[in-house]
Design a protein around this ligand. Structure first.
Ligand SMILES: [Fe+2]
Length: 211
């Protein structure tokens, strides 16, 4: 299995390239903002990209879709209602050669947010970052995200966490590490505490020396 995290420009965005070494079939996740950086990796590994996944509908994750679709002929895959060539539901599985991808609906940051599990990797988009979680605007959205995060942390602790932005102290993490260090994840037993941290995050960061 080929698994590459790519610095994709913009606001420290990450794109992902995941391929099957045997068949050379591959998928990408969030080919944005600069899809040419991803294209170089696709060419380097001589991969045939058949799917373009979007973790959610924000333009800094979807903006490179058309460029990459024209370059590769791949199908755009979104959560249902997202307008992709292929729309998936919670629990859907797609394959590229021997590599499989499971979609987990994790609404909150956006209603169409998904995480993608492939091998021992979890691509978390803007739902879970290293040491942080996705932004929400309302208490209702925060509550929805709270339940999505509870679902994620029930996954095996050795699962690697690959976020949509490089906002943390490292480019990737694990479920275990997030349980041990992410202050939002540590507040998943109590929604009021989770919400308090969201509402006081700026001050909390200063107090705890978090950048
Ligand atoms: Fe986003």
């Amino acid at each position: 299995m080929i698994f590459k995290q790519i610095n994709s420009g913009g606001d420290r965005n990450y794109a992902y390239l995941i391929g099957c070494e045997n068949t050379k079939l591959a998928a990408v996740a969030d080919p944005s903002p600069d899809p040419t950086l991803l294209m170089k990796e696709i060419e380097k590994y001589e991969l045939d990209v058949i799917y373009i996944f979007n973790t959610h509908s924000h333009p800094d994750h979807t903006g490179g879709n058309d460029y990459l679709k024209k370059s590769t002929g791949a199908k755009i895959v979104t959560f249902k209602g997202g307008g992709g060539d292929l729309e998936v539901s919670d629990g859907a599985v797609l394959n590229a050669g021997k590599v499989s991808f499971e979609f987990i609906h994790t609404p909150g940051h956006t209603q169409d947010s998904v995480c993608i599990k492939t091998g021992d990797n979890l691509i978390t988009g803007d739902t879970l970052f290293v040491g942080k979680v996705g932004g929400t605007y309302t208490e209702e959205e925060a509550k929805v995200e709270f339940h999505s995060l509870k679902k994620l942390i029930s996954f095996p602790e050795n699962l690697k966490v690959w976020p949509g932005h490089n906002y943390g102290t490292a480019p990737s993490s694990t479920i275990l590490n997030e349980k041990q260090t992410n202050p939002f994840i540590q507040r998943l037993n109590d929604f009021n505490e989770f919400l308090w941290l969201k509402q006081n995050w700026a001050a909390y960061k200063v107090e705890h020396g978090i950048k």
